[in-house]
Design a protein around this ligand. Sequence first.
Ligand code: HEC
Length: 133
Amino acid sequence: MKFLNALVLASVACGRTAAAQEMSYGQAEYLDSCAVCHGVEGKGDGPLGDVLLERPADLTILTERNGGAFPYWRVFAIIDGRYIVPGHGGREMPVWGRQFLEEDAKIFGPNGGEVVTTERIHNLAGYVEQLQR
Ligand code: HEC
């Protein structure tokens, strides 16, 4: 776990805000990659949402909508996006698993990159869990 954290720290610290060290990695990644659509507080009100065909989801009500249990693995899979069969009309949200892996594989190689990418998505899913109201 220490090893993974060091890797993730390296990938997060690399070219990102110094503030990333004072907040959780999940929060830093969220503000970096997700807030533009889902809003800083996750309510689906980010500025880019206005120009999309579909409104970004309100991420604060996922537990409520799932009968009181946070749907961790579904959220993980949706963020990663690589294993989801596209529905009609495709998907407006980027496939983060692919995008992160492209960056991470450059630094850590294909296998290390996959490990770091998976850890980043775990951090994000964990942060989305914290956003539940
Ligand atoms: C370009 C805009 C955009 C960005 C950036 C974006 N999303 Fe999304 N997201 C959407 C839209 C639109 C939906 C609604 C369904 C769809 O199009 O897939 C969605 C749906 C979701 C869902 C499913 C919610 C549900 O109702 O089950 C989750 C979870 C999610 N996003 C998390 C994230 C996370 C975490 C990030 C950052 C890594 C992110 N999104 C970045 C646009 C975006």
